[in-house]
Design a binder for this molecule. Structure first.
Ligand SMILES: C[S@@+](CC[C@H](N)C(=O)[O-])C[C@H]1O[C@@H](n2cnc3c(N)ncnc32)[C@H](O)[C@@H]1O
Length: 693
């Protein structure tokens, strides 16, 4: 239940009237001049309900695209109300009529002129009065914010929260069932073992039994959502991977275990999701809803997996900015476009499919069919996001092209696993199923021109005890070692084993096949200025003609005044940047390229950062600063003392080895490295954690 605290003496109300008065004195009566005053007031109220006012809110009604002055949405992107502003000179009642004729929704809409408000709820006018008296203004706002409460939304909010809370317990129960069946059900044991070896051969040779059991659980718990929320009754037959998994589930349920009986317990919860989804007619809102499930499922079910695989979807303004920038840079640098035949695009870490869908929107309509069938590629290693991405992409195509066509550019595969020297495909024998293997081969043969996406990075691991280390990949690890590590002067290079570094190496190598191309990643920004990344900075500088880095900040560990949830664009603790790398055929090796850098205000809230990206639209609007790296491959040198190099060092490896360099101490070592400092060291003798008895 939403309650608004608002009084005539409150600053937001006083400021609205004062500014209105000041504008009147200046003879400003037009909508463009006055609407922002009311928007401020709405934002003030929205904050109290944890909603957001989205200005210029886009809607689709009966196939028509409309744009309201504002939409109030909650954290799940569910729409609670529409705001339309009108001029002081407009006849408000006539304007209301016009808007409804144009197809505006009538569930909860507030029409506002500077001195009057009309509110329509569920098709009925519930307020129509002057607001020159603040009591009337407050009354109107209370009606608008408090009195429209669709019960489906409340149910959904509860269900989504419960989903996250209950998913571990439900998962555990399901796991128990699976384990019992493995002991007692021969048919299932056979099918499971076969499936397990298939996964080990094709996804990861070190994959644990538990990971495969988790896959089955993900499938069982979410299949109904795909079937009903997205009206994709045939999902398990249409999706090549779901089809394989269904065979194992059929064996699982061949004796005592009944899927329907087990899930009956969750009926209420599924129904809440389905009823709410029914109220959403716009697919993009449903897609957002699925993204929430994607994050909630992993946050609740498998926190460690969420960390090592970087399960976090990419906010739309970031995706929009990156795709638009790639399109503009393709034009400027190569005279090409994302729509052109021959420009193959790969998202190696597709998650829910946001980047590919946005690329599809950028592609010219008459080229979409061709590109969709041949030149859009993506990979995902986890089952649930793989399902979500497949469905989202196929649906987006259906909406744009008017017919259903399975998306064959998506592979269930570990991107690093298939990375090998050159374009060899001989090591790709059987990847899950014949169809999946064929898709991976096709991708390997494709001359990728653009690699775009949001690679995983261990956002959460702060403690060695979390043991969420990423696995080893011989080929990519060797490539990192021979380039980024080799060129680094740092003593401790551990930071270079972060998975996002491998992703950069993979992407930079992947466009090599075409001899030129672009990489666009939104990633951890530690490579910009961390000491251990000097070799990576050098490689990027040497390998590319141009490197654009838009630093979105948000590193909470570096600046404790920041809050991850407020200032970081992903709501995480590590800093983030958008990075676009351009490489042309004519580039001579050893001739360093240009580096362009820009940063957002460290203290901007994430919403301000999104707005900035929306306003900028693409890279050209950004005020870039050209960077000249110093001889130690430092990029951000402002504030560092140029004389530092000339000062006497505390110690050095060379001096330890007997070289007579001037140093303070001959002793030189790492000291004690516990990798668990918060456990081992303290100023207080009493242990911070009580040992378990
Ligand atoms: C940060 S998310 C991408 C989010 C995506 N852009 C979106 O908006 O939904 C990274 C995704 O990459 C997947 N991933 C992680 N490591 C991978 C690998 N080695 N190969 C393929 N996919 C991987 C994760 O499962 C996760 O879904």
């Amino acid at each position: 239940m939403t309650t608004l605290t608002l009084k005539p003496t409150h600053k937001a109300v006083l400021s609205y009237y004062n500014q209105l008065h000041a504008f009147k004195e200046l003879n400003v009566a037009n909508e463009g001049g006055l609407a922002p005053l009311f928007a401020e007031l709405l934002k003030h109220c929205a904050r109290q309900c944890e909603w957001t006012l989205v200005e210029q809110y886009p809607m689709k009604r009966n196939g028509r695209s409309l744009r309201a002055d504002g939409g109030l949405v909650d954290k799940f992107n569910l729409l609670h109300g529409i705001w339309e502003a009108k001029d002081g000179t407009d006849d408000l009642e006539r304007e209301v009529k016009k808007k409804f004729e144009a197809g505006y929704p009538s569930e909860n809409i507030l029409f506002q002129a500077p001195e009057r408000i009309i509110i329509v709820q569920n098709g009925r006018e519930v307020f129509n009065d002057l607001i020159t008296n603040p009591q009337f203004l407050i009354r109107a706002l209370k009606i608008f914010f408090e009195e429209y409460q669709p019960k489906e939304f409340l149910q959904w909010e509860k269900a989504a929260d419960e989903f996250k809370d209950r998913v571990p317990e439900i998962g555990k129960r399901l796991l128990k069932q699976i384990e019992t069946e493995r002991e007692t059900n021969k048919r299932f044991t056979g099918a499971f073992n076969e499936f397990y070896s298939l996964c080990r051969e094709t996804i990861n040779p070190e994959l644990s039994v538990q990971a495969v059991e988790e896959m089955l659980i993900q499938h069982i718990l979410t299949e109904r959502i795909f079937r009903n929320v997205f009206r994709n009754a045939d999902f398990v037959n249409r999706n090549i991977i779901a089809h394989e998994i269904e065979k194992v589930i059929t064996a699982l349920t061949s004796q005592h275990f009944s899927r329907d009986e087990f899930l009956a317990d969750l009926d209420l919860f599924y129904k809440a999701i389905e009823t709410t989804a029914d109220t959403i007619s716009d697919y993009s809102q449903k897609q957002h809803f699925l993204n929430t499930i994607y994050e909630k499922f992993f946050q609740g079910f498998s926190v460690k997996v969420a960390d090592t695989h970087g399960i976090v979807y990419t906010p739309q303004p970031i995706v929009d900015f990156m795709v638009r920038s790639v399109e503009e840079l393709l034009k400027k640098e190569f005279g090409k476009s994302l729509s052109d035949e021959g420009v193959h695009i790969l998202d190696p870490f597709v998650g829910t499919g946001n980047f590919i869908i946005r690329v599809m929107r950028e592609i010219k309509k008459h080229k979409l069919h061709y590109k969709y069938e041949r030149e859009l590629h993506c990979n995902e290693v986890m089952l649930l996001p793989y399902y979500i991405a497949s469905m989202n992409i196929e649906h987006a195509f259906f909406e744009m092209a008017g017919n259903y066509l399975p998306f064959e550019g998506i592979c269930l595969v570990d991107t690093f696993e298939i990375a090998e020297e050159g374009q060899q495909t001989s090591h790709i024998d059987a990847l899950f199923s014949k169809e999946n293997t064929a898709r991976v081969r096709k991708q390997k043969d494709a001359p990728i021109f653009v690699v775009i996406g949001n690679p995983p990075y261990n956002s959460g691991q702060v403690n060695e005890n979390d043991n969420n280390k990423n696995r080893k990949y011989p080929y990519i690890d060797r490539r990192v070692k021979n380039t980024y590590v080799k060129d680094s002067k740092a003593t401790n290079k551990n930071a270079l084993s972060d998975v996002y570094v491998k992703a950069f190496r993979f992407a930079c190598d992947r466009i090599e096949g075409s001899g030129e191309g672009m990489v666009a990643f939104v990633s951890n920004n530690s490579f910009i200025d961390d000491f251990a990344f000097d070799g990576m900075r050098k490689s990027l500088h040497d390998e590319f003609d141009a490197v654009y880095i838009l630093d979105l900040g948000g590193n909470v560990r570096k600046n404790p005044k920041l809050s991850g949830s407020t200032h970081n664009v992903f709501g995480i603790q590590v800093g983030v940047s958008i990075n676009i790398l351009v490489k042309k055929k004519a580039k001579k090796s050893g001739e360093p390229g240009k580096i362009y850098y820009a940063r957002m205000d460290e203290f901007w809230k994430k919403e301000q950062k999104y707005l900035f990206l929306e306003d900028m639209n693409h890279y050209q609007a950004i005020q870039w600063q050209e960077i000249n790296p110093d001889k130690n491959d430092l990029w951000l040198t402002s504030g560092t003392d140029g004389d530092f190099e000339n000062l006497m060092a505390m110690g050095s490896k060379e001096a330890k080895a007997g070289d007579n360099t001037h140093i303070c101490f001959k002793l030189f070592s790492n000291g004690i490295k516990s990798n668990r400092d918060s456990w081992v060291f303290n100023f207080n003798w009493n242990p911070p954690f009580k040992p378990k008895k």
